[in-house]
Design a protein around this ligand. Structure first.
Ligand SMILES: O=P(O)(O)O[C@@H]1C[C@H](O)[C@@H](CO)O1
Ligand SMILES: O=c1cc[nH]c(=O)[nH]1
Length: 330
């Protein structure tokens, strides 16, 4: 029977049952959730631990009642800075009619690494710059959701990026993450061997985010690939780092190649975020604003006040999605 997902998606009304059985919507991601929607992680070592410490969040599953603290979480939203994630927490509180001025969750202060705010069913968490920092907190958050038995948790990265051939101040919802070697994978040396995992994002969720974005006309939204670079300067083909050993023509050829592969923005986390959430069976998406058109230049010269306004665009898109889920009790 022909799949009607595209039609259903256009109506923004896909049911959980349909999602769970439709391979075109799963987009190659493995689904490892229990029938009640809680996560079922494939690492058997976890069940042998007497207690599990999520060190960077200053949490563990012996001294904290994780189901009571986090069992109601539906959205884990992550982004580079603690200021952005506090602003997002305040924004969501207002959207959902919850008490304003959310305070950072106390125990994360003990970790002194990442800021975490809880606003009803939403966790807003900072992850720092780059893949190693982001994957550290992402993996600990996945374990927190697992121990908390949170139902069908959705992870979203709310970021900034450099655009490719689109106006600065646009929002890109990522369909896949591309590595620095132009593969749709996340690469990591494990036990001395380079391993690779596919880096696709949840198709249904990206369509839902695009639906949310249609409520706003101050900015354009694109669905496209996102390159997750391991460096801000040479790793993104910039000419303005302290070190550079290629020409402007080399840079432009590289950026053109990226664009020809369907990439519209470059940041420093996408492929790892996609791969880890995919392997853990967690629905996930990435919405980033672009701060510069890299085909026009490398430096981010737009005034800070304007950049701050632009950073609100992906917050509005993700906020509208969350409000829709909360109102529909999904
Ligand atoms: O979420 P953020 O704004 O931190 O994402 C991008 C990618 C890097 O983490 C950082 C580089 O400026 O911005
Ligand atoms: O060009 C940019 C802008 C923001 N973040 C990046 O990683 N690259």
């Amino acid at each position: 029977m022909a799949c009607d997902c595209d039609y259903v998606l256009k109506k923004c009304d896909v049911t959980e049952e349909h999602y769970g059985t439709c391979s075109s919507l799963l987009n190659g991601r493995t689904s490892k959730r229990n029938p009640d929607g809680s996560l079922s992680l494939p690492n058997e070592n976890l069940s042998k631990l007497k207690g599990d410490v999520m060190y960077h969040l200053a949490l563990d599953n012996l001294n904290f009642d994780l189901p009571a603290l986090y069992g109601d979480v539906k959205f884990v939203v992550m982004g580079g800075t603690k200021y952005r994630m506090r602003e997002f927490a305040c924004y969501v509180a207002e959207l959902l009619g919850l008490p304003k001025d959310p305070k950072s969750v106390n125990h994360t202060k003990a970790s002194q690494r990442f800021a975490m705010y809880k606003i009803g069913p939403v966790l807003s968490v900072s992850h720092g710059i780059g893949i190693p920092s982001m994957t550290t907190v992402l993996q600990e958050l996945i374990k927190v959701m697992f121990y908390a038995k949170a139902k069908d948790p959705i992870f979203i990265r709310l970021g900034t990026s450099g655009g490719l051939g689109i106006p600065p101040g646009s929002v890109v919802v990522s369909s896949f993450g591309l590595s620095g070697t132009l593969e749709k994978t996340y690469e990591l040396p494990v036990l001395g061997v380079i391993r690779k995992w596919p880096s696709y994002l949840d198709k249904r969720l990206s369509e839902e985010l695009v639906c949310s974005a249609s409520n706003f006309d101050e900015f354009k939204t694109y669905v496209a690939g996102t390159m997750g670079a391991d460096d801000f300067y040479r790793g993104q083909g910039r000419l303005d780092g302290p070190l550079c050993d290629y020409s402007e023509a080399d840079k432009m050829a590289y950026l053109d190649k990226l664009a020809s592969l369907g990439v519209k923005n470059i940041e420093m986390e996408a492929n790892a975020f996609a791969a880890i959430t995919g392997e853990a069976g967690v629905r996930a998406s990435i919405a980033c604003v672009t701060l510069v058109d890299r085909l026009q230049g490398d430096q981010i010269t737009t005034p800070k006040t304007v950049l701050k306004e632009w950073q609100k665009y992906p917050m509005q898109v993700v906020g509208a999605l969350i409000k829709n889920y909360v109102e529909r009790k999904l």
